[in-house]
Every structure is written in structure tokens, then in C-alpha cells.
Design a protein around this ligand. Structure first.
Ligand SMILES: [Zn+2]
Length: 473
């Protein structure tokens, strides 16, 4: 079986076939850095992380581009409200995004084009659309895309063409699905734009780019530079971006290049808190830094997210997070146990057989439109059966470890190692040496006392043929 993905464009699961294998160009809409991204945003970024890692696991060479939206309606409004210049306002939120991304173990994209640094490409794209007659200047001085001039408009979001209001216009970046209109490509500079430093000169008038235009221009510029193409293999984002954002991206890009913009469109579902989509508007807003400050292990967040398919809404509850935390801990203990056994016994054996079966199940699950819940179920079956095999003294640990390591390159859900204080390490080692001495002298009471002393400080020890190992619990 090979990888198949659900393409929003065709509304079906299709075999994945990039334009020039093994290369895969992947564009994912990045954060709007007007504020902290919430964990609903990070659910989308984590689904994209899974996608990217599984593509790499499957032998593809991924070029991952993620933009940073550092100029749009919201960033300008927020900067003006804070009395700051645009770059001054967005800088801390860009840094926060990087910190949160690293905390959640999301692999960095290969390139992060920033909207404010890609304005020349945007100006070129608008000029091209004007030249082709699919864009026009409105009486308000802004440049609009004429959706009636692009027959495929509405294909991604399945809008019926009869709903289109020819000539009706919308200037704001976000608008309702039941109200498709000509949308702004380039907005004439307003005093608020000038005040925060969000205005640029262009042959068609001083102004600033519309949000939808930004992504088209940055995606085309980046894939042109790296890969000499005008067609992305995959474009991904959250379901809320299908309309108008992605619909508009297709219109702008394809009207300009005459080429298909993206072969495959992937969309991740929402994260709900108490049954409602998480957003600042509903006041059920949780950021990645809230979780980090609460001491939540990123591995638990990742496992929690993997346990629901990316195309299904996920309910975020404290109980579900605690359950994922327990799962991660169990996995970590199994992993350490397998690691300790790698020096013992043969390479082949029951444990290796179980791991090989797991690998087959893992692949077939993820090949099936990234079915991570099934992949995780297979992993925890391995933990269960593998522990039983180890209890029975079965071998094959070295081969099993290799397979689990490969799966972890995709899921990345081993618990985060706790930072250990060097003074504690010295004390533990001294205590273990004292215990060894007591055991050799057959003073088992003293040895038990030391074990209890260690346990009181959260140190668990385990004796094996190769000596005593310890870990913090
Ligand atoms: Zn975008």
C-alpha cells in the first residue's frame, strides 16, 4: 500500500503523487502574529508536522514553506491600538511562535517568508493580474479581483456560481462563506496603515497587500526559487481557511500563472473546548505557553492530538490530557526497558517479531490518510505485548528498538527527559555504591534502607546482570 490523502478539492482520498518525486513541495499557512497563537492553531501546525514527518518517513524529500502573516487587518489594528509600529508589535509574537513551536517539538519549516519582506513579489502579482484583466481598481482606490473572470472560482469550497454577486466587493480580509464577492488584492493606504508603517509604494497606488494575496505571492516566489515550478504538491491549513482564504489563493495564483496552484489540498479540523471552537471570541482560549507553564509534557499534547484523526473535531479536556500523559509515561518506561535489554540475547526473537508486526500496522494506518489514532493503537499494543515478552525473557530487543525509533521520528511522543540536578546525581551514585557494598556484605537491611531513601527522593532503581540503573519517577 502507498500513501493516500484526502484532497479537499476532489472530496476524496487519493493516492499521493507529487509532481517530481521524491521531492514534495509543501506550503502551510502560518500564524498571524498579532497575538499569541492558541492551541487550536497549534493543532493545525501539529497535523502538518505529522504530515511532513510521515512524508519523510515514506522516503520523500520535503521542502516545507510556512509564511508568517505580519501585515493584515488584524496586525494593523492591534499595532495601532498598542500605539506601536507594525514590526515592533509583531516581533514578540514571532518569537513566541518560535518558542511554542519548539516546545511542541514541531519541526521548523525550511523557510519562513514574512509578508512584510515579500512585498515586491506581491506587487508583481497584482500587476500581472491587472494586465490579464482579472483585476481592476475600485472607486475606493483599492485593487480587486473580479471573481466572475475566473470560471473555476468556488471549486474548492463548492460554492455554486449562482451565489456569486457579480461586481459586489469586500475589502476586509475575512468575510462570510455565503457572501462571495470580489475581494481586495491591494488596499489603498489609510492613515492607520501609514501610522503603523504598513504602506508601500506600487505602480497602482500606495497601499498594502490583502491577506489572501500574500500567501499566493509568497508560495509562488518560494517554489519558483527552490524548485522552478508554479505548482505546489500540497497546500495545507485549517478548515476555516477553505473559504475565502484558500479559494482566493487559487484564483489569484491560477489566473496569474495559468498553471494549477496546488495538486492536493489538506485541511485539519478544529479543536473544541467544551464543545465550542476555541477562539478569542468565545473566551475559551488556551495558548501553548499556558500548557508549558503548567508543566505539561509536550509529548502528552502530541499524543492527545494524534489520538483523534486530523479530519475530526477534537475535544480538549483535562482528563484527556492526563490520560495522554499516562500513555506517554508507559511508552517511556517500555522504551527504556527495551533499551536496557539491547545488549542481552539475540537480535531475532519474539520482541523483534512483535515490533515488525507493529511497523506494518503503523505504516498501513498512516498510509490511510494519516490515521494516527490507529497508528497509536498499534504502538500501545506493542507496549503491552512487548512487556509480556520481556517478562518471559524473550529476545529481539535491538531490532525492536530500531523500529520504535523510526516510528518516534514521526510521532515524537517519548516523554521529555527531566533535567537532573548534578548534586542529586552525585548523591544517587554515592547511595547506589553504598547499597552495592551492603549487598556484597549480605547486609540486606541496610540495602533496603538505602533503596527506600532513594525512593523518598523520587529515584527508582533496577538491578540487572550489567549493574544497577536508576531513573526519576
Ligand atoms: Zn495562507
Amino acid at each position: 500500500m502507498t500513501l493516500a490523502l484526502y484532497n479537499t478539492l476532489s472530496r476524496s482520498v487519493e493516492p499521493f503523487a507529487p509532481l517530481a518525486p521524491p521531492r514534495v513541495t509543501l506550503y502551510t499557512c502560518g500564524p498571524t502574529v498579532w497575538n499569541y497563537a492558541h492551541i487550536g492553531n497549534f493543532r493545525t501546525f501539529l497535523f502538518e508536522d505529522l504530515l511532513r514527518r510521515y512524508l519523510a518517513y515514506s522516503g520523500y524529500d520535503v521542502v516545507h514553506i510556512m509564511n508568517l502573516t505580519d501585515v493584515d487587518d488584524r496586525t494593523i489594528k492591534a499595532a495601532a491600538a498598542a500605539g506601536k509600529r507594525l514590526d515592533e508589535h509583531t516581533a514578540p509574537f514571532v518569537q513566541a511562535f518560535v518558542d511554542d513551536r519548539d516546545y511542541l517539538r514541531i519541526l521548523p519549516a525550511h523557510v519562513y517568508p514574512r509578508a512584510t519582506q515579500s512585498v515586491p513579489a506581491m506587487v508583481r502579482l497584482v500587476a500581472q493580474l491587472l494586465e490579464r484583466g482579472v483585476a481592476y481598481q475600485g472607486e475606493d482606490g483599492s485593487i480587486y479581483f473580479a471573481i466572475a473572470k475566473f470560471p473555476n472560482y468556488g471549486r474548492l469550497s463548492r460554492l455554486e456560481t449562482r451565489e456569486l454577486k457579480v461586481g459586489a466587493r469586500v475589502a476586509s480580509d475575512e468575510y462570510a462563506k455565503d457572501d462571495p464577492r470580489d475581494f481586495a488584492l491591494w488596499k489603498k493606504a489609510e492613515p492607520a496603515d501609514e501610522q503603523v508603517g504598513a504602506a508601500w509604494d506600487a505602480p497602482f497606488g500606495r497601499g498594502r497587500p490583502g491577506w489572501h494575496l500574500e500567501c499566493s505571492a509568497m508560495a509562488l516566489e518560494q517554489i519558483g526559487a527552490c524548485c522552478h515550478t508554479q505548482t505546489l504538491d500540497i497546500h495545507a491549513g485549517g478548515v476555516d481557511l477553505i473559504f475565502p482564504h484558500h479559494e482566493d489563493e487559487i484564483a489569484q495564483s491560477e489566473a496569474a500563472t495559468g498553471q494549477r496552484f496546488a495538486r492536493c489540498w489538506l485541511h485539519g479540523e478544529f479543536l473544541n473546548v467544551r464543545g465550542t471552537k476555541m477562539s478569542k471570541r468565545f473566551g475559551n482560549f488556551l495558548t501553548a505557553r499556558d500548557l508549558r507553564e503548567q508543566g505539561v509534557d509536550a509529548a502528552a499534547v502530541r499524543l492527545l492530538f494524534w489520538q483523534t484523526h486530523y479530519r475530526k473535531a477534537l475535544d480538549f479536556t483535562d482528563e484527556a490530557l492526563a490520560g495522554a500523559g499516562a500513555g506517554v509515561k508507559r511508552l517511556g518506561e517500555f522504551y527504556e526497558r527495551v533499551k536496557r535489554e539491547t545488549g542481552n540475547g539475540k537480535r531475532s526473537g519474539r520482541l523483534a517479531e512483535l515490533a515488525t508486526k507493529f511497523e506494518t500496522d503503523f505504516r498501513s494506518a498512516l498510509d490511510d490518510d494519516l490515521n494516527a489514532p490507529r497508528a497509536c493503537a498499534a504502538l500501545f499494543q506493542l507496549v503491552h505485548d512487548g512487556n509480556a515478552a520481556l517478562d518471559a525473557g524473550e529476545s529481539g530487543a535491538a531490532a525492536a528498538l530500531g523500529i520504535v525509533d523510526r516510528a518516534m521520528a514521526v510521532l515524537d511522543i517519548l516523554p521529555t527527559a527531566k533535567a537532573v540536578d548534578p548534586t542529586l546525581v552525585r548523591w544517587v551514585e554515592e547511595r547506589i555504591a553504598a547499597r552495592d557494598k551492603a549487598r556484597k556484605g549480605k547486609d540486606f537491611n541496610a540495602a533496603d534502607r538505602i533503596r527506600a531513601e532513594l525512593r523518598a527522593r523520587g529515584v527508582e532503581i533496577e538491578d540487572s546482570a550489567s549493574g544497577t540503573t536508576w531513573r526519576l519517577v
